[in-house]
Design a protein around this ligand. Sequence first.
Ligand code: INI
Length: 162
Amino acid sequence: MGQIFEGDMNGSGLRIAIVATRWNEFIVERLTAGAQDALNRHGVRKDAIDVAMAPGAYEVPFVAKKLAASGRYHGVVTLGCVIRGATPHFDYVASEAASGVSAAARETGVPISFGVLTVDSIEQAIERAGTKAGNKGAEAALALLETINLCRSIEGRSSEEA
Ligand code: INI
């Protein structure tokens, strides 16, 4: 059998950027706290986490790409919340956010995780921001650590190396 590449969730020595939106701040500040807590618990130092505030989810990919391209971070967590309204605006904003974030990661070669909630109601958002459905900010932070370390495993480097 060939090799199996896996990433652990060891965050020691990593520098991480978080992009969070001002839109739906009530929800997104809980996602941000969840992401910061998960990163700290997995060894990322508090002073190694920077937070950039974007206006809305539509602007998230642009800001995430700037941060990723700066060369200052091992990875970027994106956080936001798009709540379906009565107009098609939701679909445009949500799909631009999702496809833009994955394009930014591919174009920069820097892992970027997607913690932008796309929900039907404020209740669903609350459920995913630290209540009964967990905290999607924390999940996005852990997915980022795993992806960073998976890349290092593929490149033949340990998660202890800078
Ligand atoms: N931005 C969000 O982050 N969440 C939303 O629910 C939302 N809604 O519903 O419109 C939203 N719109 C703003 C958008 O992200 C841009 O900031 C705006 O279009 C300016 O470019």
